[in-house]
Design a protein around this ligand. Structure first.
Ligand SMILES: [Zn+2]
Length: 461
């Protein structure tokens, strides 16, 4: 816990003119003009710039985001066609030490079609390779990877096989299965990720990975305890961990349940998952990226009952009739408007015309009475909530088209989606000092990040 910290001459939403913000013992104790602190209290002069709440990325996958920094990206915008795909893979093969796994992410079928082990073998025969698709639902391994992970003799529904029974290399929703069969990820640098997040003003994250084993959380917990991750870290885990004690350093959030659009679970099975979460005094967070999966989730909540704090993760498509159900059940939507900024042109070309008006809604859901939070879902978009905020404000696709003009919202409203509440007396001193008054969310520079009254990021020099 820190002593005192004083920020002077700041623009703070809800306060007229420039004010000072005084923090003591991790909380904000005063906001107003001409405050004073103890002589030795650190003081930051905001010089008329905005002080905003520390950002909370409400849906992120920390381990995968850290691993992504050491992975090859095989999808747009970095790689868009087969020749780029081949160059990226063979180039990475040439750089890595012999025998090391080649990990690739962000693959999209528009680049080089549907992948399988034989296609990967033709490019990289001698080392184990695994390629994750852009949705995160599928890994494709080459033959060396299939052998190294011991997939050949494995009888598991996640492992796709051809009519002769030979694994195709495709593993569907098999993260938990693969985790025990791959070498420990040495290349995951959580300290680097912690600094990267702090540099963008992030003071809290919710890791929504549906981990099945408490030991999967060991590295995150250790990184929080050592300070490598200076953020407050909330974790979900899957239903397997619902009743388990949370590892020291972490906080339990909702229990993560996944509705897989490739094989729908029954309403009763989903309702069981919700009931399990509630029985352990935790909320439920259900992954829904289609209209059909959201309808299933609503049906399950109708069976199991909803409690405040239960959430729909993504809510990629929320038509009005289902929005009415969300209001009735009191559910929160945790959206990723950043997908509009990163993939909006593909959505305009490929998504059903019926669904387009309902993609990653934020403003219109709020207007209907649905609480909305926003997030990056990194590594599936970049781990920078300011990009999500800018996308909620502008709704601009990479080519500059506007997707969902009616969803555009004022910057302060978009900012609120990525926080835990306004800068207020009595609230936590989790703050972000900007370089200028907050007007244009596409051009935000963070000059200091403060968590519980302690500066966790300040540019050097
Ligand atoms: Zn996610």
């Amino acid at each position: 816990m820190a002593g005192s910290l004083l920020i002077r001459n700041a623009e703070v939403a809800g306060h007229a003119g420039l004010v000072d913000v005084l923090a003591r013992d991790g909380r904000i104790v005063a906001i107003g003009p001409a405050l004073t602190a103890a002589d030795d209290a650190p003081t930051i002069d905001a010089a008329g710039a905005s002080v905003v709440p520390g950002l909370h990325d409400h849906h992120i996958h920390l381990m995968a985001t850290a691993a992504d920094a050491a992975s090859v990206r095989l999808g747009p915008p970095e790689v868009v066609d087969r020749s780029g795909f081949e160059r990226a893979l063979t180039g990475a093969d040439g750089r890595l030490p012999a025998g090391a796994w080649l990990r690739a992410t962000a693959y999209h079928h528009s680049v080089a079609g549907d992948l399988d082990r034989d296609g990967l073998d033709a490019l990289v025969p001698d080392r184990p390779v695994r390629v994750q698709d852009r949705t995160g639902a599928r890994w494709t391994l080459n033959s060396a990877g299939v052998t190294a992970a011991g997939i050949d003799g494995l009888d598991a529904p996640e492992v796709e096989r051809d009519p002769c029974g030979r694994p195709t290399g495709r593993i569907h929703r098999g993260d938990a299965l693969l985790r025990g069969r791959l070498p420990a990820p040495d290349h995951v640098d959580l300290a680097q990720l912690g600094t990267q997040l702090a540099a963008r003003g992030v003071t809290a994250v919710t890791d929504t990975t549906p981990y099945t084993s408490l030991s999967d959380l060991d590295r995150l917990a250790a990184a929080v305890r050592s300070g490598a991750l200076p953020q407050r870290v909330v974790v979900t885990g899957g239903p397997e961990l619902a009743g388990k004690p949370v590892p020291p350093g972490l906080e339990w959030g909702p229990v993560k349940l996944v509705i897989d659009d490739a094989s729908y679970p029954s309403v009763d099975a989903i309702a069981d998952g919700i009931a399990t979460a509630h029985r352990h005094d935790r909320c439920a967070a259900i992954h829904c990226v289609t209209r059909a999966s959201l309808a299933l989730a609503v049906a399950a909540w109708d069976v199991a009952g909803a409690r405040p704090g239960d959430r729909v993760e993504h809510g990629s498509v929320v038509p009005d009739d289902l929005a009415t159900d969300l209001v009735r059940l009191g559910l929160t939507v945790v959206s990723q408007p950043g997908f509009v900024a990163e993939r909006g042109d593909e959505y305009l070309a490929e998504v059903d015309a019926d669904d387009l008006p309902f993609l990653y809604r934020c403003r219109s859901l709020l207007a209907l009475g649905v609480p909305v939070l926003a997030s990056t879902d990194a590594p599936y978009t970049r781990p920078d909530p300011w990009r999500a905020i800018a996308a909620a404000v502008e709704r601009r696709t990479p080519s500059g088209q506007i997707l969902g003009a009616a969803e555009r919202m004022p910057v302060q409203d978009a900012l609120a989606l990525c926080t835990d509440g306004p800068v207020a007396v009595g609230g936590p001193a989790d703050l972000c000092v900007l370089s200028a008054p907050l007007r244009d969310p596409t051009d935000v520079e963070v000059v200091a990040t403060i968590r519980a009254g302690t500066v966790i990021w300040f540019p050097t020099g």
